[in-house]
Design a binder for this molecule. Structure first.
Ligand code: NAD
Length: 485
């Protein structure tokens, strides 16, 4: 099984109004294997007219979907959870092929991604308002929750399944319809997911998927349409800002899951071996191509050399190769540009005085690989500490005390994930309160959990996905004033 068999030929098309079809202009879009640059297959390249048709279908389905009983909406999600779980191996292979991550990692994403369907299957039946007496007596206050309406979802290539289910799950549960545009590098997983939802009994028009290379025109046209009520985007901060601007005329509701620059703080009282274990996860999950990836290792000067040596040994021992091959720990990056960006950041850091503990270069092609790299003595203001690396590189800088560490950690435009290693409980509380990030991992390198509210502050965006909070992004509140009777 190589995963491509999850999709029949018609399912490499557009999914609109419950039917699979070709793009209006008959255009196709190549999907490339990042391990060698070859073309895996192709999918429909939807036009703006196709996008509008997808919105038409979402709008047509909205009223009946909003009144479909919550239990029914939940059961569809539950069936989809079961189907994805049954086909976990095929989904993992498909994702590995189009995105590059190892099959083992992709299996982890299938478990994580499918769980959003199970979690929101359970939440669908717990949408409720409240009834209260007005504080001054007399009237009664009633609130009703209603679905926001037709949504547009735009997802990135790094987690092709989970970034979709985090939006689709709560939207289905809340009674919203949607148009989804997956990243053009990784459209296959989303198409396979649409096929699963169709099989699970989702009515036509609730979910519409348009694969397209015309990204700018696509979002501009749909956001100018007053029938679209909500945009949820996961991707880079630059594109997020464009979508926020485009939402102004129609005042669409927004959820923005944008870039990160996570600090990974290791204090002098930390268990250094545990910190290295956590660092391997926080840095190397998805080859470093994660918004939650530890981007800056800020380590107390008294333990920095020990931490660097131990991390270097682990990183240097990883096997780089094709994600589907046995024994491979680290797959390719998404494309050539990603390798160039990472190479440049490392070259500049070394020029600024960083020492290479391991790695430090891209192996010869084919494929878009970069060697797992650890850098020590990286100047705090080096570009590699300022921007998202999105690759398997761990730059280590040092601090002298807690105030210094907090100041350095917060000195970024981003505010998504942060990680802290310390054995001091009082310090943990101080840090959790002082760090300007949406998420703080304490003595762990893995924070993502479908039951937890995932999201950021500052240039990392706003809104939360997962947890009890995630469904609120898809609900409006109507307040009803009633006399006392
Ligand atoms: P990207 O912003 O380049 O692309 C994301 C999506 O937006 C893709 O589907 C792309 O085709 C689309 N797009 C690009 N321009 C568009 C436009 N003008 N209108 C409509 N759609 C447009 O990001 P990427 O390279 O795919 O993903 C990596 C980025 O995503 C990183 O910055 C990463 O931190 C971020 N990310 C954030 C989270 C989070 O939850 N905060 C999760 C995963 C990834």
């Amino acid at each position: 099984m190589n995963g491509l068999d999850l999709l029949g030929p018609e399912q490499r098309g557009l999914f609109i109004g419950g039917s699979w079809r070709e793009a209006e202009a008959g255009k196709r879009l190549d999907v490339v294997d990042p391990a060698d640059g070859s073309v895996l297959t192709d999918v429909a390249d939807g036009s703006v007219a196709d996008a509008v048709e997808a919105l038409d279908a979402a709008v047509a389905a909205q009223a009946s979907w909003a009144t479909t009983p919550p239990r029914e909406r939940g059961e569809i999600l539950r069936r989809a959870f079961e189907l994805v779980t049954e086909r976990a191996d095929a989904f993992a292979h498909l994702m590995s092929l189009e995105m590059g991550k190892t099959v083992a990692e992709a299996r982890g994403e299938v478990t994580y991604g499918a769980e959003f369907f199970r979690w929101y299957a359970e939440e669908a039946v717990r949408i409720h308002g409240r009834w209260m007496q007005a504080p001054g007596g007399g009237s009664r206050l009633l609130t009703i929750k209603k679905p926001v309406g037709p949504c547009l979802f735009i997802t990135p290539w790094n987690f092709p399944l989970a970034m979709g289910t985090r939006k689709i799950g709560p939207a289905i549960a809340a009674g919203c319809t949607m148009v989804v545009k997956p990243a053009s590098q990784t459209p296959l997983t989303m198409l396979a997911l649409a096929a699963v939802l169709e099989e699970a009994g989702l009515p036509g028009g609730v979910l519409n998927v348009v694969t397209t290379s015309h990204t700018g025109e696509f979002s501009e046209t749909l956001q100018a349409d007053d029938r679209l009520r909500k945009v949820s985007f996961t991707g880079s901060t630059g594109v997020g800002k464009v979508l926020v601007r485009q939402s102004a005329d129609q005042l669409q509701r927004l959820s923005m899951e944008l870039g990160g620059n996570a600090p990974f703080l290791v204090f002098e009282d930390a268990d250094v071996d545990a910190a290295v274990d956590g660092a391997m996860i926080a840095k190397m999950r998805n080859m470093g191509e994660a918004c939650t990836a530890a981007n800056r290792f800020l380590v107390h000067s008294s333990v920095a050399q020990e931490f660097a040596d131990k991390l270097g040994k682990r990183m240097g021992g990883l096997t780089v190769g094709r994600g589907q091959d046995d024994g491979v720990d680290v797959g390719p990056l998404i494309d050539e540009r990603a390798v160039e960006t990472v190479s440049q950041l490392v070259t500049d850091a070394v020029h600024d005085g960083a020492r290479v503990v391991c790695g430090g270069q891209a192996p010869d092609g084919p494929g878009y690989f970069y060697a797992p790299t650890v850098l020590l003595d990286v100047p705090v203001d080096a570009e590699i500490n300022v921007q998202e690396i999105f690759g398997p590189v761990a730059p280590i800088s040092t601090f002298e005390d807690e105030a210094d560490a907090i100041r350095m950690a917060n000195d970024t435009e981003y505010g998504l994930a942060s990680y802290v290693y310390t054995r001091d409980l009082s310090r943990t509380i101080r840090l959790a309160e002082a760090l300007e990030f949406g998420m703080v991992g304490v003595n762990t390198g893995l924070i993502s959990n479908p039951a937890a509210p995932f999201g950021g502050v500052k240039s990392s965006g706003f809104g939360r996905e997962g947890g009890f909070e995630g469904i609120e992004e898809y609900l409006e509140t109507t307040y009803v004033a009633l006399p006392a009777g």
